[in-house]
Design a protein around this ligand. Structure first.
Ligand SMILES: [Ca+2]
Ligand SMILES: [Ca+2]
Length: 411
């Protein structure tokens, strides 16, 4: 066994100064073998099984010979003070000639087996209490009924560590960069020098919960091309299965052109450090209306739960939470002033900031960069002319009555 100092400890069952075995240590860094104690055959001899370090820091082991009744004994070795102690002399009723290592239970008792002794002289399972220096027999082996002659001790069942992550194969399309012709989103933003390598949500006032926030990516993540190129950052919420308004955990992630929401390496499935359970999943973006699953989704460590918000396979909370484009679902574009409404006119409308961003005077002017006013996410804020950022807002509130609004569908 290797204990805190990095030393390994073991026993030799024969020889040594008294011919009755040796307790030794071995330094794995220096290859230094050190005899610590020579068993004398009186206070124990013929140690068998490897010593075990108990919770009190001492080593504990068994001798198959010696001791007060010549039936073997239980001993301890105080590592700190280099002191050997003959603790308990095995009697015939306890079991004798133990060849096993001990194992410490959660009750802090040490458990072992004897090859002989006990009520049928065919061995026992015993329990040693270091606090009271007492041995109790748990099982007497009787041969035909339950076996005999146990040699090698007991092994504790390993308690599996419950997973603390879930993975999601989440898919979502943003209307702004979505191209109906290609069926994927554009990826103009990733080429901008101003594309943030740290999630943009915190500085925009999004509320991170449960340890989310501050996620960062390597610049190389943005060099991917094709359908897996990065379109933008996306904000994922896991909400309580018992309260769909209670956000338990948020996480910033990336969305690829084909809608896959991926981890910070730009390719892996989204992993969120929460215990496996059922959650509502909401998806937010800087300037699109958020949407949430109507039902909870069972999330586990593996396989990733498929949550495809692009094809209608997942029902969303509310009414028309997403824009329907043929058979494709998109998050509504145009929430330039990030609130719960798309507004084209009136107070806090989403149109005016676009005009302001291009300078406020010449409607045909443009401003490049990573801005919430860039509704189409093409890297250019544009108020008038083809592919401008203003018209999608008007279209999304109905297209005819400028004072109409579209309200985000979240509980
Ligand atoms: Ca708005
Ligand atoms: Ca634009």
């Amino acid at each position: 066994m290797q204990v805190g100092s990095g030393l390994l400890y073991g026993v030799l069952s024969e020889n040594g100064d008294f011919g009755n075995g040796v307790l030794f240590s071995f330094d794995t860094s220096t290859n230094n073998f050190l005899k610590l104690y020579n068993f004398d055959g009186i206070q124990g001899g013929g140690p068998a099984g490897k010593p075990v370090q108990a919770a009190d820091g001492k080593l504990y082991g068994t001798c198959r010979e010696g001791g007060g009744f010549l039936n073997g004994c239980i001993y301890s070795w105080d590592i700190t003070n280099a002191v050997y102690t003959q603790l308990y002399d095995m009697q015939t009723t306890d079991g004798i000639l133990s060849e096993s290592s001990l194992v410490q239970g959660t009750d802090l008792r040490l458990y072992g087996v004897c090859t002989q002794g006990g009520s049928s002289a065919l061995g026992t399972i015993f329990r040693y209490n270091p606090s009271t220096n007492a041995v109790g027999v748990i099982t007497n082996f009787a041969g035909a009924t339950n076996g005999s002659l146990p040699f090698d001790g007991l092994v504790p069942e390993a308690v599996p560590t419950p997973p603390t992550n879930v993975t999601i194969a989440l898919k979502v399309f943003l209307e702004g960069p979505y191209n109906t012709g290609t069926g994927v989103m554009n990826d103009a933003l990733r080429s901008l020098a101003s594309f943030p390598l740290t999630e943009p949500f915190t500085s925009l006032g999004f509320t991170h919960v449960g340890g989310g926030g501050g996620e960062a990516i390597a610049a190389s993540v943005l060099t991917a091309t094709g359908s897996n190129a990065i379109t933008d950052w996306i904000f994922v919420e896991l909400r309580s299965k018992t309260s769909n308004t209670t956000v338990l955990r948020t996480q910033s992630a990336l969305v690829q052109r084909d809608g896959d929401v991926v981890a910070l390496d730009g390719v892996s499935a989204l992993t969120i450090p929460v215990v496996p359970d059922e959650y509502y999943i909401a998806v937010r973006h800087r300037n699109h209306l958020a949407a949430m699953t109507l039902a909870t989704v069972v999330l586990s460590a593996t396989p990733p739960a498929a949550v495809d918000l692009t094809n209608g396979s997942v029902t969303t909370f509310g009414t028309n939470a997403q824009k329907i484009n043929g058979s494709t679902r998109l998050l509504w574009a145009g929430n330039v002033i990030r609130d719960t409404q798309l507004k084209y006119a009136g107070g806090s409308n989403d149109r005016d900031p676009i005009l302001v961003k291009i300078g406020g005077v010449v409607p045909t002017a443009t401003t490049a960069g990573y801005w919430p006013e860039d509704v189409t996410l093409d890297g250019v804020v544009k108020y008038a002319g083809g592919s401008n950022d203003r018209d999608p807002i008007l279209v999304n509130i109905g297209g005819s009555i400028p004072t109409a609004v579209r309200t985000q569908q979240l509980p």
